[in-house]
Write a protein that binds this ligand. Structure first.
Ligand SMILES: NC(=O)c1ccc[n+]([C@@H]2O[C@H](COP(=O)([O-])OP(=O)(O)OC[C@H]3O[C@@H](n4cnc5c(N)ncnc54)[C@H](OP(=O)(O)O)[C@@H]3O)[C@@H](O)[C@H]2O)c1
Length: 433
């Protein structure tokens, strides 16, 4: 093939991202790159669309079985039937570009092996952090011993926490995210941490060359975070000249002594850490390598245009490979690094609890904490966060404690929850080390 020979693309899905990719290919972008959009498959042909294109069908077979199509761009989303379509594309000798984190995070190894076996390409840059070329960055650091990758990988959660930093409660911040189009009505995929968990599985697989799936990752969302936590964080330590803290939903993969520790959870991170200033819907990934030192990549992690940017970048590269008759050096995932038990990892943190406003409540809570080996650093109450729980007025207490394993923390939280001096569920927030 000549570098100017046209490459034909079949697009599966023409929603938010698919329509962006279609616009790009039907405009000057496709013309310049000699990439032609041949066919588009959608679910519902009767839907009104801005796309003016004659080869649009609701039969994916017309796209997958077309012998003139070289590359399938899968932008349907969800695990099934997208997985089946990607496998079929490979069987038919076509390369695949996808943004589908649900599929890639659960089937990366088998899909890479299949692509390699069929000498086709498989590219999935858009499946993690939208426009940020994080997969290229991690592939570019292949010789590096990456110790830790910490990401802000869900724009919705980061947007919600940014609004809460300004004093909004979770419900209002979420409503604001929904009005801006950053959050779905069904928001738990984002705010529950599950979207970030899928993306972390992909990142962790690449840095460890080990197949990591989402169900191996500890996951906690931001739904329990309140404005009290954000207020406490921003002021904590500042009287002693410290920078204070931000609360961020962090997705992290850390290699410690040949074990991989993986988690998605909200945490306090020092304001002078580069991730603390990543606000609103933006995403960022902080990489710590033994030779390269720390590196930060930051940008827009979702949305039509940023995600189109990542898909198109993959598409152009895969098209170049096809024209040159080469297949890309796909990740191998042949290591077998053990996944560490995150519940045994110790972290400093604080307990926030609602104590009944009667004498002895604080000493009872302290007794329970001491019984579980908690060493209290300090404690505070802020009257302006006075609230009603089960019809009683309470002022939440925040008790900062020295490092403890989460296993112990869980037991203590349960014991506190069972005490008649504690109203509602106590909450633990960790300091990011
Ligand atoms: N949206 C973002 O900001 C973003 C960011 C990063 C990654 N992604 C990923 O990009 C992918 C696409 O997301 P999206 O937001 O563009 O989704 P979307 O707006 O819901 O669009 C999905 C498209 O797939 C079509 N479709 C659904 N089921 C189909 C089937 N069985 N056969 C053929 N077509 C089918 C739909 O057809 P109809 O149009 O007829 O309904 C629609 O055109 C997902 O994997 C997502 O995780 C999205």
């Amino acid at each position: 093939m000549n570098m100017k020979d046209p490459i034909n693309v079949g697009l599966l899905g023409c929603g938010t991202v698919g329509s962006g990719v279609a616009d790009y290919l039907l405009g000057t972008g496709g013309e310049k790159a000699h990439i032609r959009l041949s066919r588009v498959a959608v679910a519902d042909l009767s839907k009104a669309r801005e796309l003016h294109f004659e080869y649009i069908t609701n039969d994916v077979n017309e796209v997958l079985e077309d012998p003139d199509i070289h590359i399938i761009v899968e932008l349907i989303g969800g695990e099934n039937p997208a997985l089946k379509y990607i496998q079929r594309a490979f069987e038919n000798g076509k390369s695949v570009v996808t943004a589908n984190k649900a599929v890639v995070s659960r089937h990366m190894k088998e899909l890479l092996e299949e692509a390699r076996r069929r000498s086709v390409n498989f590219a999935f840059e858009a499946s993690v952090a939208g426009s940020i070329p994080i997969i290229r960055v991690l592939r570019g650091l292949r010789g590096e011993k990456i110790r830790k990758v910490t990401g802000i990988l869900n724009g919705t959660s980061n947007y919600v926490l940014s609004r809460m930093e300004e004093g909004m409660d979770f419900e209002h911040a979420l409503r604001s995210a929904q009005l801006k189009g950053f959050a779905e009505a069904e928001h738990l995929l984002d705010t529950g941490g599950f979207d970030a968990r899928d993306k972390l599985a992909i990142v962790a697989s690449l840095i460890s060359n080990t197949p990591v799936t989402p169900n191996q990752i500890y996951c906690e969302g931001i739904t329990e975070v309140t404005p009290i936590d954000l207020d406490f964080a921003s002021k904590y330590g500042t009287e002693e000249g410290d920078s204070g803290y931000a609360v961020k939903s962090l997705a992290s993969a850390e290699l410690v002594e040949e074990q991989l520790f993986l988690y998605v959870y909200p945490a306090l991170i020092r304001k002078d850490h580069p991730l603390a200033s990543v606000r609103n819907e933006r995403n960022a990934v902080y990489i710590e390598g033994e030779y390269c030192g720390p590196q930060l990549v930051e940008g827009l992690g979702a949305g039509r245009r940023p995600t189109t940017s990542a898909v198109v970048s993959d598409l152009l590269r895969v098209a170049d490979c096809l024209r040159q008759g080469i297949s890309e050096d796909l990740p191998q995932l042949e290591s077998n690094i053990r996944i560490g038990d995150i519940r045994k990892v110790t972290r400093r943190g604080y307990v926030r609890m609602n104590l009944r406003h009667v004498p002895g409540s604080l000493s009872e809570a302290s007794r329970i904490l001491a019984q579980h080996g908690f060493n209290i650093e300090d404690s505070l109450q802020r009257r302006r966060f006075r609230t009603q729980v089960n019809g009683e007025t309470v002022i939440p207490d925040i008790v900062t404690v020295e490092p403890l394993s989460y296993e112990i923390v869980e037991e203590a939280l349960e014991a506190l929850g069972e005490s008649d001096r504690v109203l509602g569920r106590p909450f633990f927030l960790r300091f990011e080390s």
